[in-house]
Ligand binder design. Structure first.
Ligand SMILES: C[S@@+](CC[C@H](N)C(=O)[O-])C[C@H]1O[C@@H](n2cnc3c(N)ncnc32)[C@H](O)[C@@H]1O
Length: 198
């Protein structure tokens, strides 16, 4: 889809922005390589809960490193347990990893930091770091332990739509690790994941 309102350097640009993410349930499967970038750099001990699993795109990669991957979603996307609202959950597990609906990202941070006993990892826009409100709340109360910045852009498409072009939005893995000191480390993911795991 082309968003004609999007300009860069004065010209029209095709955009692969997640164009539905300001409303609705926001279903955009994560390309496998973006999850590989996380598990290559962060070790997970024990079970992992993919708490907004969609069609299992991320769960299937997580299953390569953990024998126990719990998958659930609020909506029926054909994978995992259905009807589980992460924002209203009290299930405490070792690790939680997901790409949340962007319009509920703050709520996912709040639930995740209280429910994960070891690590909580969220795939978010890099721009999530900005904003006075988040600076006053999330980032002063619960600063992430590590922020892994993607050096390659991720292209998100709704499930079933064929992929073309490259992304225009920068993403990062935000990791809260109970075993790490309470300061944020900024790290960069090496280029090459996109080609290696696509
Ligand atoms: C951007 S998609 C990502 C899907 C999957 N995590 C992936 O990375 O491929 C976000 C998912 O969050 C689900 N979702 C929305 N609100 C939710 C909630 N409150 N609790 C659990 N899942 C939710 C949507 O149904 C959708 O499948």
């Amino acid at each position: 889809m082309t968003d004609a309102t999007y300009h860069l350097n004065g010209g029209f640009k095709p955009t692969t922005k997640r164009f539905a993410d300001l409303e609705g349930p926001d279903f955009f499967p994560t390309p496998a390589w973006a999850t590989h970038a996380l598990i290559d750099n962060e070790a997970f001990e024990g079970e992992i809960w993919e708490s907004a699993c969609g069609n299992g795109a991320m769960s299937k990669v997580l299953e390569t490193v953990s024998r126990t991957v719990i998958s659930s979603d609020l909506y029926d996307r054909g994978y995992g347990d259905v009807g589980i609202d992460f924002l209203d959950s009290h299930r405490s597990v070792e690790n939680i990893v997901t790409n949340p609906p962007y319009n509920a990202a703050e709520g996912f941070v709040r639930s995740g930091v209280s429910l994960a006993k070891r690590k909580f990892a969220l795939l978010l826009r890099l721009a999530f770091l900005e904003g006075a409100n988040r600076a006053r709340t999330i980032f002063s109360e619960h600063p992430p332990s590590r922020v892994w910045v993607f050096s390659e852009r991720i292209t998100f498409y709704p499930a079933g739509v064929s992929q073309q072009g490259s992304g225009t939005t920068a993403y990062a893995w935000f990791v809260w690790d109970r075993a790490a000191p309470s300061r944020t480390e900024l790290k960069w993911l090496k280029p090459g994941y996109k080609g290696r795991y696509s």
